[in-house]
Design a protein around this ligand. Structure first.
Ligand code: UTP
Length: 471
């Protein structure tokens, strides 16, 4: 759109204040402002702002508790699941992987505020001995899977505007961790602008809008708008294995999970992990009007989170750990412009901006509304969704906070505990100096307990000493 038309469309939408300082801007600043303005979907923003102005911000994502029950899920064999079905699913998943039907997808566009790390979170050193970055761990897991299934598995990495260049540079500097460069596909996620109580877009400076990433739900749009889904289609890929950048334990392409997804003809499948305790701060897999959905812990009353069934089990047991598989065509639909797009969630926040005279404002109380999409909101729209149980100790230990729960320290300990279990299962003796013993297994050496045991049986595990790294 040419600059005059763009400005006119903002005027018409009642957002002309975006260009308030136009006459005072130099050419470069004008170009920057126009580029940001072009990112705004005015029709979508109009709808959202109208809700804010009408005092209905809380209704935008429309969480209702009516008729809510726990979602059904496929339990692990050791928890009552059908072992034959798991075997069948695993074979189907392995077949899909060997046929090259699967791509991997990590969302790495967050701001990592709680961790307080200055840089893309994927660059954060996550392993206990090598201090390998999260990205390196995932790359090594992908290399292991590609070798096992005899197919290169394309890897999409969603960045943000802020961390895109740094992320790409990190991969280049590290020679893509041994992955074929053409199989690593970067794209930044979209952004949303913040509005004030009157629904007007806030300016961060005279030449820029107050914008922030549009949430992990923006990943569906970003896949479509970047052309990544098209690329996958050309390569005959229809299953997308999704995870978050903060969890190095994740099985990035889990054959049994993929198999349940494929065999059910599912459009979106999710991994569930039983909650560690009733009020654990995770999303809850629920069912409502015959559809599956995730309700955030903050939207589910504490009494419901703690409800028990007659046999004493938590009624809402299934926690969401943000591990999903998407059908590519479903992403094309949900990430496109159809009416079925994801809903937005609204947060009332303090955002630095400039006032009508262009003076900087540091608000003392919330002055704006921010809009974000959550990826799990796609679940109710999915046909034949399947929710499959995973093992927390093997699959989930995120790095969210600088200290305390879900921190680098707890994650390193969980990695060490997992390797200790693998060694025990394989009968491999470990040094006794620390508990858990301090050593490391690269995914290139073994990415699962099963693989570790296989290598031990083949006599391929060397003696382990304090600080050893098996590569
Ligand atoms: P979190 O909700 O933990 O957010 O994101 P965060 O930004 O990483 O961390 P805090 O809340 O500021 O401390 C969960 C996952 O979703 C991705 C993150 O990169 C992480 O993998 N994410 C989140 C995005 O890719 N984009 C977003 O806009 C938000």
């Amino acid at each position: 759109m040419n600059p005059a038309c763009l400005r006119e469309s903002f005027e018409k939408a009642g957002q002309g204040q975006v260009f308030r300082f136009w006459d005072q801007l130099d050419e470069t600043s004008r170009a920057a402002l126009l580029a940001e303005a072009a990112e705004v979907n005015l029709a979508e923003l109009k709808e959202l702002s109208a809700m804010v102005v009408a005092g209905k911000a809380s209704e935008i994502s429309g969480v209702s508790l009516e008729g809510l029950g726990p979602a059904p899920y496929v339990p692990l064999p050791e928890n009552g699941g059908d072992a034959a079905k798991w075997k069948e699913a695993r074979a189907a998943g392995e077949e899909a992987l060997a046929a090259g039907r699967v791509a991997a997808f990590v969302v790495a566009g967050g701001q990592g505020t709680r961790l307080g790390y200055d840089g893309p979170k994927g660059v954060y050193p996550a392993t206990p001995v090598r201090r390998a970055s999260l990205f390196q761990v995932f790359a090594e897991k992908l290399r292991a899977a590609s070798k096992r299934y005899g197919r290169s598995i394309p890897w999409m990495i969603m960045t943000s505007r802020q961390n895109d260049a740094a992320t790409r540079r990190f991969f280049e500097e590290n020679h893509f961790f041994g992955l074929p460069e053409r199989d690593v596909i970067f794209f930044p996620q979209g952004r949303m602008c913040a509005v004030d109580e009157k629904g007007k877009i806030l300016l961060a400076s005279p030449s820029s809008l107050a914008m922030s990433p549009n949430g992990h739900g923006g990943s569906l749009r970003a896949m479509v708008e970047s052309g990544a889904t098209k690329l996958l289609e050309e390569r005959g890929i229809d299953a997308i294995s999704y995870w978050q950048v903060d969890n190095p334990l994740v099985h990035i392409v889990d054959p049994a999970f993929l198999g349940f997804h494929v065999l059910s003809g599912s459009e979106m499948s999710s991994k569930m992990i039983p909650k560690a305790y009733p009020l654990e701060r995770v999303g809850h897999f629920c069912t409502q009007n015959g559809r599956q959905l995730v309700i955030e812990y903050s939207d589910l009353p504490a009494e419901m989170q703690q409800e028990r069934t007659a046999d004493g089990k938590l009624r809402f047991l299934a926690g969401s750990v943000a591990i999903h598989i998407f059908d590519r065509r479903f992403v094309e639909k949900m990430g496109g412009t159809s009416a079925e797009r994801l809903p937005f969630h609204v947060a009332h926040k303090k955002i630095d901006c400039v006032d009508e005279a262009g003076r900087p404002v540091k608000p003392a109380k919330p002055n704006s509304y921010k809009f974000e999409m959550f990826v799990f909101d796609a679940l109710p729209a999915a046909k034949n969704p399947v929710i499959v149980e995973g093992r927390r100790e093997d699959e989930f230990s995120p790095i969210k906070n600088a200290e305390g729960v879900d921190s680098p320290a707890t994650c390193a300990k969980d990695q060490l505990l997992a390797w200790e279990r693998w060694a025990k299962a394989a009968g491999v003796p470990l040094p006794a100096a620390q508990k858990p013993p301090f050593w490391e297994v690269s995914p290139l050496f073994a990415d699962t307990e099963e693989e570790f045991v296989r290598r031990a049986k083949a006599g391929e595990v060397p003696p382990v000493a304090e600080g050893s790294v098996l590569l």
